[in-house]
Ligand binder design. Structure first.
Ligand code: GLU
Length: 477
């Protein structure tokens, strides 16, 4: 047996027949974390042998999504469509050792047998009719150019054991495993043959993939051992469900990585949530960046219980990642939307102050953009809640009018000074400070909630603040 497990080498092997979805992205992430936490290699293999269903557009979108998530592969990606020769040469080797054989059965004949099994309510399994054909007959039929497929000669006795790193020991009766096809009658290799050939050739040490592949694993192990190569170790990841406990689907919301990206989610937050789908660091930590994930990830801690994709938690994590970013890092996210010239120093200082203030409260990019907007343009409307609750009669107008006067007379416009003026105005009017704070907030921001009003006012400056108050006095209630 050839040993090749000294170095950790894992692969992510998407089929480009659709978008990269949550499940695929989670598989990619766990492979990536496993590789990086073992100083190993993370490789990419595009399984594009299904010519009818594979599309170049999907391959490049998958590529783009993986890059957005920050996964860089350590070697040139492999495209299965370019390696047919290699797969066929492995098939020839398997035939030469009698681990595979030519099958000349007609599709119609097989169909009939399949239907019969169905009628008898039996699991269909190929009856191995061609397994015993002798060499001479095979030669003759090949000369006559009879169509054939190549089947793997599965042992009829014994058991195959998969020592799965997540599922533990899983046993399969060999006599329940079909003599599965490795080369179709049109000469194309099947998934089982291509995967094993590539995993062998790429010296993959660990196969980490969705648990829908668990039943393929005994077949792949059998091919490996027929080729005289020790199979990789396997880890199968649990299913992902929606919040209602049903298999995650479009009904639940966005499921493709591109959709989450377009919604303006931070890749850090998306990754963070993906990591928690079936894995946990065995304490209550949920908010983690990629370095911490790499440091703490252990494949043994992946659970086989199905995982829930929790949209609410994703948004919460997004908020945490957003506020943990420096104002400087957030500038590229907002500057275009707020129409700011990128190189003006003055603007940059102002912009950073604004971001410091709003990032604590925003959970999404959209909120960040919304909450920050009033630092750059006067509000053109006021939210209903604020209007109904805080500015519903003209008494508010006379109170705000008095405050406006006091502010205009004030010589400085610092946070402290503004607060002092507002509190003293309230005292003079015999009302609570809150009865001024709420309407003023509405006038200045258009919202009924915001970060500290006095900080906002200092940042906006006297001219803008008083202009907005006058404007609101004309329009409200
Ligand atoms: N191409 C397969 C899929 O997208 C993965 C095969 C594997 O990981 O072995 O499901």
């Amino acid at each position: 047996m050839t040993e090749f497990h000294e170095e950790v080498r894992v692969r992510f092997a998407p089929s480009p027949t659709g978008h990269l979805h949550v499940g695929g992205a989670r598989t990619a992430l766990f492979n990536y974390l496993f590789a990086k936490s073992h100083n190993g290699k993370f490789l990419l293999r595009i399984e594009d042998t299904d010519k009818e269903r594979s599309e170049e557009g999907f391959a490049s979108e998958i590529n783009q999504s993986l890059r957005w998530l920050g996964f860089n592969w350590d070697e040139e990606p492999i495209y299965q469509s370019e390696r047919t020769e290699m797969y066929l040469s492995n098939a020839a080797q398997l035939i030469s050792t009698n681990d595979a054989y030519h099958c000349f059965c007609e599709p119609s004949e097989l169909d009939e047998k399949r239907k019969e099994a169905q009628r008898n309510k039996k699991q269909y399994k190929y009856d191995q009719k061609c397994r015993g054909i002798d060499k001479v007959e095979i030669e003759n039929r090949l000369k006559d150019s009879d169509r054939f497929a190549i089947r793997f000669a599965t042992p009829n006795e014994g058991i195959s054991v998969v020592h799965d790193l997540v599922y533990g020991e899983v046993k399969f009766e060999n006599n329940e495993i079909d003599d599965f096809i490795i080369v179709r009658s049109d000469g194309t290799p099947t998934y089982q043959l291509a995967v094993v050939t590539d995993d062998k050739h790429m010296a993959i040490s660990h196969v980490i993939r969705g648990d829908d592949h668990l039943s393929n694993t005994p077949k792949q192990q059998l091919i490996f051992s027929a080729l005289g190569v020790k199979p990789p170790l396997y880890a199968h990841l649990p299913l992902i469900m929606g919040p209602d406990g049903k298999r995650l689907s479009k009904r639940h919301g966005a499921t493709s990585v591109a959709e989450f990206q377009n919604e303006g989610l931070l890749p850090e937050a998306f990754l963070n949530h993906l990591a928690l789908l079936g894995w946990s660091p065995k304490d209550d930590t949920e908010f983690m960046n990629i370095d911490e994930l790499i440091r703490r990830f252990k494949i043994e801690h992946v659970s086989k219980r199905s995982a829930i994709f929790d949209y609410k938690k994703l948004i919460w994590l997004n908020g945490k990642h957003l506020s943990s970013k420096s104002a400087e890092d957030l500038i590229p996210i907002v500057s275009a939307e707020w129409g700011l010239p990128a190189d003006s120093q003055i603007d940059k200082i102002y912009l950073k102050k604004v971001l410091e203030l709003v990032k604590e409260r925003a959970k999404t990019r959209k909120e960040l953009l919304n909450f920050g907007k009033y630092f750059f343009e006067d509000p053109d409307s006021y939210d209903d809640k604020g209007r109904n609750k805080y500015w519903n009669d003209t008494e508010v107008n006379s109170n705000v009018q008095k405050l406006l006067q006091d502010l205009e007379e004030s010589d400085s416009f610092t946070e402290e000074k503004i607060e002092e003026v507002l509190r003293s105005t309230a005292e003079t009017l015999g009302i609570k400070a809150a009865e001024l704070i709420h309407p003023v907030r509405l006038a200045l921001t258009g919202f009924s909630i915001s970060p500290s009003l006095f900080e906002i006012m200092e940042l906006l400056g006297k001219e803008t603040s008083t202009r907005r108050l006058k404007f609101a006095l004309e329009r409200l209630p």
